[in-house]
Design a protein around this ligand. Structure first.
Ligand code: DX5
Ligand code: ZN
Length: 217
């Protein structure tokens, strides 16, 4: 399966986001972490910044909304130019209605699961989403270590997607590096978010290529 590499700009230089987006022009999407200081104990950037990033980015934006009340706020990110909008299952009141709204606005719709959130309740709703994001760290911060205990959930999600015959992506986010990406790929992930591994590398474009090679074997 072709692996998609989505560097997380959470680890980019926030004073030079346009420059750092150019550095990852060889990636598949730019992963943009939106945090509201309520759903997670951290605050990053909001809609006006997101909208400008969508205008200048050489790659499409993959928005990851770690926010309360995504039912209210997520559609605006699709309107702001996100190619993909992922909201958290734990925060959404009506995930199917929200996913349908995001798709209607022309974005791919993703549902994200914290490490302790089971995937089973969503397996019957696979036709309603384009991506399941299995968080492989607790959301909120970059640079944490990969939680190996999330691998069975990735496997269950992949099995259900395969059985359904639907084209639903399985994304992993958190602690993804040269050391962990192969295990996530073996378990069935096909979209890989990496923040510190990419932006902490000496040669960012080469790191993207190395991660893609490891995940595509
Ligand atoms: C964490 C964010 C991640 C973060 C990953 O809540 O969702 O996208 O940037 O960072 P690394 O790759 O450093 O674990
Ligand atoms: Zn993220």
């Amino acid at each position: 399966m072709a692996a998609l590499i989505n560097p997380s700009i959470l680890s980019a230089d926030f004073a030079n986001l346009e420059r750092d987006l150019q550095l990852i022009a060889g990636a598949d999407y730019a992963h943009v972490d939106v945090m509201d200081n309520h759903f997670v104990p951290n605050l990053t950037l909001g809609l006006p910044v997101f909208e400008r990033l969508a205008q200048v980015s050489p790659v499409p934006l993959d928005g990851h909304l770690m926010i309360e009340d995504p039912d209210r706020w997520a559609p605006a990110f699709a309107e702001a130019g996100a190619a993909s909008v992922t909201f958290h299952a734990e925060a959404a009141q009506a995930p199917v209605r929200l996913a349908r709204e995001l798709r209607r606005l022309g974005a791919r719709a993703g549902v994200a699961l914290r490490p302790a959130t089971p995937v089973e309740p969503f397996l019957d709703l696979l036709a309603e989403v384009d991506m399941i994001l299995v968080m492989t760290v607790e959301p909120g911060f970059g640079g944490q270590s990969f939680i190996e205990g999330t691998l069975p959930k990735i496997r269950r999600a992949r099995q259900a997607v395969s059985e359904s015959g639907l084209d639903v992506h399985i994304q992993v986010d958190g602690g993804v590096s040269r050391d962990t990406i192969e295990r996530a790929a073996d378990a069935g992930a096909n979209v890989f978010v990496a923040g510190s591994a990419v932006f902490g590398a000496e040669n960012v474009p080469a790191e993207i290529g190395a991660l893609r090679d490891l995940a595509s074997r």
